[in-house]
Design a protein around this ligand. Structure first.
Ligand code: NAD
Length: 230
């Protein structure tokens, strides 16, 4: 049976594709206040503004391509049972060819009913406008986990981490919980790797590749492939 590689990714893996990160100084959130666009309260206060913010993010997604960081992870699938847990709402892992991608914070390409969280539809690159209805007649909202909302996929994600034989963290400041807490589910002694150009504080032994994803991911992938081929 193939060993399991569990990978946690954040905004940094998509940075070289041209999607702004969250907290870097040129990040998206320098231009917007989280409270104005990424909370349920903001949506209730000004739904058109919030819908427009995500419509813009969705347009941008179809102008960018997966980068070398996303593509390198696909190589691992020949040797390992690979599961990516991403905080990203983009679809660049899927477009690079990764098979198992679990989105913790939702997906831009999906919308759901305001009334029923389980009524989710694919919208691709289409806008969501006020008046657009889900099949149950309720207004459609972005299928995004806003700050302060529950993260339904944290449970399957934690189960994946418990089963990891190798764990890789790429491009996340480990600031957003509960995602940042997932590393605590990885059993002691499991080799862990971190790819990030900044020094991200992580409270367990971890092999650090202090580089951008575009070059750093290949180093980790090469090492794991060499181990699998021994
Ligand atoms: P973050 O902005 O807090 O941290 C980004 C991390 O990526 C930093 O540690 C930074 O040093 C690193 N980084 C920057 N450039 C990099 C590169 N080229 N290669 C590798 N690493 C690089 O992002 P986060 O930890 O993911 O948390 C942000 C939240 O914002 C998440 O909830 C996420 O859902 C959301 N978000 C998503 C996207 C997206 O879908 N692409 C973009 C921005 C924000």
């Amino acid at each position: 049976m193939k060993k399991k590689v569990i990978i946690l990714t954040g905004a940094g893996i998509s940075a070289e594709s041209g999607i702004s990160t969250f907290r870097d100084s040129d990040g998206l959130w320098e231009q917007y206040r989280v409270e104005d666009v990424a909370t349920h309260e903001a949506y209730v206060r000004n739904p058109a503004l919030v819908l427009n913010f995500y419509n813009e993010r969705r347009h941008q997604l179809y102008e960018v391509e997966p980068n070398e960081g996303h593509r390198q992870l696909v190589r691992l699938e020949k040797y390992y049972d690979v599961h990516i847990i991403t905080q990203n709402i983009d679809n660049l892992h899927e477009r690079a060819g990764s098979t198992n991608v679990l989105h913790l914070h939702g997906e831009l390409g999906k919308a759901r009913s305001e009334r029923d969280d389980n009524l989710i539809i694919e919208i691709g690159d289409r806008d969501i406008k006020l008046g657009d209805k889900a099949p149950d007649g309720a207004q459609l909202r972005p299928h995004i986990v806003w700050f302060g909302e529950a993260v339904p996929n944290i449970e399957p994600a934690s189960h994946l981490c418990e089963k990891a034989d190798y764990f890789i963290v790429i491009g996340t400041s480990m600031n957003v919980y509960p995602a940042a807490g997932l590393i605590h589910y990885v059993p002691r002694g499991v080799p862990c790797y971190l790819v990030d150009p900044k020094a991200v504080p992580i409270s367990r032994p971890i092999k650090i590749v202090q580089e951008k994803a575009g070059t750093g991911v290949k180093k980790v992938v090469d090492e794991l492939i060499a181990l699998a081929s021994k």
